[in-house]
Design a protein around this ligand. Structure first.
Ligand code: ATP
Ligand code: MG
Length: 293
């Protein structure tokens, strides 16, 4: 559903990503992890189209709708909570505006009637009749009473603005949701509610988080951003952690075996290269030693 091909990104001569190829499959929940500054937020900005990669491309089925958790807490200060959430589904919000403008016209022509009928059909199809109820339900899950739907965003404290932006990202059943550290600033009840929401959600979720418990509860896959590479692993965070530890142990053991072999060959070569009868063997072991390096 999302295909990333040969993606590279360079900032000021430094490679943040180099030749990354990935596939995100519909219906999975991907937890994006990596050290501070590894490029998690930047990767999400590329997926959402906010940032152009240096090479490569991100292909997304054009019929799918993507929602992104916005980071600017003050962006919607001049509008109501309800409008801010409803705009999460841009097409639905646009239809609502067009309908309102049409019905407010003093001279309602036959053409206007036909357009209104089309808009009403699409409005119903997009769940327009339930939109306000859904917005209220999202608020309730985030412990904000529905009486606040008509508050101005500017009237809310930051911790509640963050919840409205989250409700906006979750509103209207998007096909893909991108969330960058959604649990920051959230109280524990809201985090648990978000976990339940994402577990029941049938679309694709790509979420950056440092919260191990949260990742374990919601993720089907882990996306590890590490030194210019991005790799996807099946399983939740603990599964990824245990298997990456095991992998490192195996690699260490393999390296130890390789080093032991090299030492053994070196000592053989030293002992026998002067000895004529063994020199052919010493030569072949020298070749083997070259191939081990
Ligand atoms: N527009 C830019 N120009 C130059 N460098 C940038 C730009 N945006 C991000 N960077 C650099 O790219 C790197 C990755 O930043 P990013 O914010 O994506 O990391 P992150 O993994 O989200 O980190 P954190 O866990 O702290 O949120 C950082 O070194 C950052 O300084
Ligand atoms: Mg970040």
């Amino acid at each position: 559903m999302i295909t990333v091909s040969d993606l590279s990104l360079t900032f000021g001569g430094q490679n943040l990503f180099k030749h990354v190829d990935l596939k995100f499959v519909a219906g999975n929940c991907y937890g994006v992890i990596g050290a501070n500054g590894a490029g998690k937020s930047t990767f999400l900005r590329i997926l959402s189209g906010q940032l152009e990669p240096t090479t490569g491309e991100v292909a997304i089925d054009p019929r799918t709708r993507m929602s992104v958790l916005e980071q600017d807490h003050y962006k919607y200060d001049e509008q109501t909570v309800l409008d801010t959430i409803l705009q999460g589904n841009a097409r639905l919000y646009d239809i609502m505006q067009q309908k309102d403008a049409l019905y407010a016209k003093p001279d309602f022509s036959d053409e206007d009637g036909a357009l209104a009928a089309d808009l009403e059909a699409e409005f119903a199809e997009l769940g327009g009749w339930d939109a306000e109820t859904e917005a209220a339900r999202l608020l309730e899950g985030l412990s904000i009473g529905e009486e606040h739907l008509y508050d101005m965003m500017s009237a809310l404290p930051t911790r509640e603005k963050v919840k409205i932006l989250l409700a906006r990202a979750l509103f209207g059943h998007p096909d893909i949701i991108l969330l960058d550290e959604p649990t920051n600033h959230l109280d524990i009840d809201s985090i648990r509610w978000l976990e339940d929401f994402l577990m029941d959600y049938s679309g694709t979720v790509i979420v950056v988080s440092h919260d191990r418990h949260f990742l374990n509860n919601v993720c089907t896959h882990i996306v590890d951003v590490d030194y210019t590479q991005i790799k996807i692993y099946v399983g939740n965070y603990d599964f990824w952690y245990d298997s990456s530890q095991l992998m490192q142990k195996l690699l260490r053991e393999q390296n130890k075996k390789r080093e032991d072999k090299i030492k053994e060959l070196q000592s053989f070569i030293e002992r026998f290269s002067a000895n004529k009868s063994k020199s052919r063997q010493a030569t072949s072991r020298r070749k083997l030693l070259e191939s081990c390096r």
